[in-house]
Design a protein around this ligand. Sequence first.
Ligand SMILES: Nc1ncnc2c1ncn2[C@@H]1O[C@H](COP(=O)(O)OP(=O)(O)OP(=O)(O)O)[C@@H](O)[C@H]1O
Ligand SMILES: [Mg+2]
Length: 243
Amino acid sequence: MMPLLEINDLIVLYGEIEALRGVSLSVDEGQVVTLLGANGAGKSTTLRAISGLAKPAAGEILFDGRSIAGLGPEAIVRLGISHVPEGRRVFPGLSVKENIMLGGSNRRAGKAELSREADAMFDLFPDIRAFSNALGWTLSGGQLQMVAVARGLMAKPRLLLLDEPSLGLAPVIVQAVFRIISEIRRNTTVLLVEQNARMGLSVADHGYVLETGRIVLGGKPDELWGNEAIAAAYLGGHAKVSA
Ligand SMILES: Nc1ncnc2c1ncn2[C@@H]1O[C@H](COP(=O)(O)OP(=O)(O)OP(=O)(O)O)[C@@H](O)[C@H]1O
Ligand SMILES: [Mg+2]
């Protein structure tokens, strides 16, 4: 079977800085694939290259068999890739529901339809249902993260790119976010960036470890954890996944 997303020898430069030095990875339809790595490893840059926010200097990005490297972000959203970036960028002066509806602006749906779908989104995100009419700036970090993910899903993507959805959240909220990821995976393929290896791999079918712009490791979560030396070196020293 052809992977939904295939990246070969991807190189991305920021001026002199080689952020990605030949990244290759693939994501099969229906999977959750987790990209792990320390600060500055190139995780966000990988997602930005896929969604058209960073231009590849070289290499191949194939989505559903079609080359998308170099296309603009709008064209890439239209093809079915939705990117929830770092930092939960929610519009502070719009309501939660308006923020969520904005995620559907790539589609040809009318306002009434988007409104219905945004309401239905609260089934997946019950914690923010009561805040539907509240303005973005009044929400907590965890609530903002849920709004950002809900907005990403409104695009009805075939592939959802999630950049560190758990960053800075209290443990109980992190668990809520990961519960949502487990729900999302029923319908949508997910490429998840995480620094928290244990959480990131707990929902994954496959994991990759990035180090200074290169993939140094890839495998099924139990293979990654199974090798204690590797786990200690790359996964934060916890050789066991406590499920
Ligand atoms: N806009 C930019 N201009 C210049 N250098 C950048 C820019 N964005 C990222 N970099 C550099 O590219 C490299 C990869 O950064 P990237 O943001 O992809 O890492 P990351 O793995 O997402 O890190 P973090 O965990 O801190 O989010 C780093 O060396 C970073 O300093
Ligand atoms: Mg990042």
